[in-house]
Ligand binder design. Sequence first.
Ligand code: SF4
Length: 257
Amino acid sequence: MGNKKHVVSFSGGMGSFAEAKICVDKYGKDNVLLLFADTKMEDEDLYRFMFETVAFLDCDLMILTDGRTPFEVFKDVKYMGNSRIDPCSKLLKREPLIKWFTQTYKPEEAEMHLGIDFSEHHRLTGVQERMIPYVYRSTLVEEGKIIPKDYSEQFGIKRPRLYDWKLGHNNCGGFCVKAGLGHYKALYEANPDRYKEFEVKEAEVYATIGKQYPFLKKQIKGERRFITLKEYREEFLETNTVTPDEAIEFGGCGCAI
Ligand code: SF4
């Protein structure tokens, strides 16, 4: 058997860039493969970032795709994802990534690396336990590293533009059913057309499944209300009535874990 393969779950985010760079430095480019699950609604700049990364590291890349977008998944399963239940990441990321990895390698042949840095180390333990006998790890966590969002720029690779839009991740073109109001405020300010595209797609899901249950939550007069992206834009973003608390409510993603 040859050298062990180090497969990096590449999300398009800076953590996965840093993990890939460290793996190439430690284990050699021939032993590193980037594994990317494409949700078919990625930001166009993600592909620029990914292909520049692959050219820079000179390692292999494997792209998996189901062919559907998260919105198409929501229509198929007749359920709009939310911060607790996420059929989009289950069907388009977690399951295909695990399936490909475990069908391609035996546990002793490869390790899976996740682009989680030390600031999120708590997210690693669960997946490590679930995936035994496979090894899931992060050198960033092992070495206590925290990665800034512009880390790639010292190597001449511009960071993904979704970070310039003040979004916390580079997934799904700036959409996420787990994101909070602050995320969508930032998206609206950076790219209102992209925001409105998501509004339309959200409405199409409700029209298909015949029921409206939005993933965004907002406290209004002490009560929690679920609101659509369109309602949030019309009632709060366009009227400049976003509260300071919700402006910093970004929510988590971590959808490939
Ligand atoms: S980023 Fe959000 S919307 Fe996209 S697949 Fe992951 S959980 Fe679903």
